[in-house]
Design a protein around this ligand. Structure first.
Ligand SMILES: Nc1ncnc2c1ncn2[C@@H]1O[C@H](COP(=O)(O)OP(=O)(O)OP(=O)(O)O)[C@@H](O)[C@H]1O
Length: 248
């Protein structure tokens, strides 16, 4: 049996109560390095709350969340980001009046301020990194375009790029393909499969076709607890999952 310290993320006995209602109830699951892990489940199952707990936006009532063996439940949101956990919310938070280049540039992690020749070297480093990320998110030809003129899907990719430029080891995405075209959805799957070479991805998603394309492992949540877990193949043939979720 694997030791919890072998995982990139180990969630154990996680519980949160809102006025006595347990939105997440003694939940345990694990994310490996280089894994795409998808959480599915009916509305109100507690999926978004799980991401809120991991990123420190909501405080747990009990249990533990270990990321690279560091306890996250005791840390503040910005410390969790710094530890290497990036989170994308459902609505893109990009700057509409800035170009794609500028949106990526301002997301580049800032170190100490530097001067002269060093600053020059750093500018080149930022430009190279922006170019690298832009290619990854299919926006190389749009670098000088203002973000407001991008399609819905391109805006979602830009926000993923703004997280990627910070090089998180765990990237969490809440319904990344909602509202995307079939082609954009395919490219998003391609993007996620590419970026896990250096990180893990935890995704909440309702689009089952997309889940089939990306998931290494699926956790099905229902009323704050795990209903089923395993490969998509296994989960979608689980009568319990068909009954409460997929059959609808
Ligand atoms: N801050 C809060 N205060 C009180 N109740 C909350 C709070 N956040 C979430 N809840 C409740 O917890 C339950 C789980 O909500 P959550 O948004 O995590 O579900 P979800 O699985 O993400 O649903 P959806 O698929 O609709 O996004 C819901 O009943 C919700 O009303």
């Amino acid at each position: 049996m694997s030791n919890p310290t072998d995982y990139l993320l180990a969630v154990e006995g996680l519980t949160v109560s809102f006025d006595g209602f347990k939105a997440v109830n003694d939940l345990s699951f694990y994310v490996d390095a280089n894994e795409i892990h998808v959480i599915i489940g009916p509305n109100g199952a507690g999926k978004t709350t799980v991401l809120d707990l991991i990123c420190g936006r909501t405080r747990a009532s009990g249990g533990s969340i270990k990321f690279r063996n560091k306890e996250l439940t005791a840390m503040k949101e910005h410390e969790i980001v710094k530890a290497g956990v990036g989170r994308k919310f459902q609505n893109p938070s990009i700057y509409d009046d800035l170009t794609v280049f500028e949106n990526l540039e301002i997301s580049f992690p800032r170190g100490r301020s530097v001067f002269g020749a060093l600053a020059f070297k750093r500018d080149a480093e930022v430009r190279d990194r922006v170019a690298e990320i832009a290619e990854m998110i299919f926006l190389t030809d749009h670098l000088d375009q203002r973000a407001e003129y991008l399609s819905h899907g391109q805006k979602q990719w830009l926000e993923i790029g703004m997280l990627l430029i910070q090089d998180p080891e765990l990237l969490m995405l809440d319904e990344p393909v909602a509202g995307m075209s079939v082609n954009e959805r395919k490219k998003t799957a391609e993007l996620l499969n590419k970026i896990i070479q250096n990180r893990s991805v935890l995704v909440i998603e309702h689009d089952m076709k997309f889940v089939e394309d990306i998931a290494h492992r699926v956790t099905v949540l229902h009323q704050g607890k795990i209903l089923s877990e395993g490969s998509m193949e296994r989960v979608k043939n689980d009568p319990k999952v068909v009954e409460v979720y997929l059959g609808h």
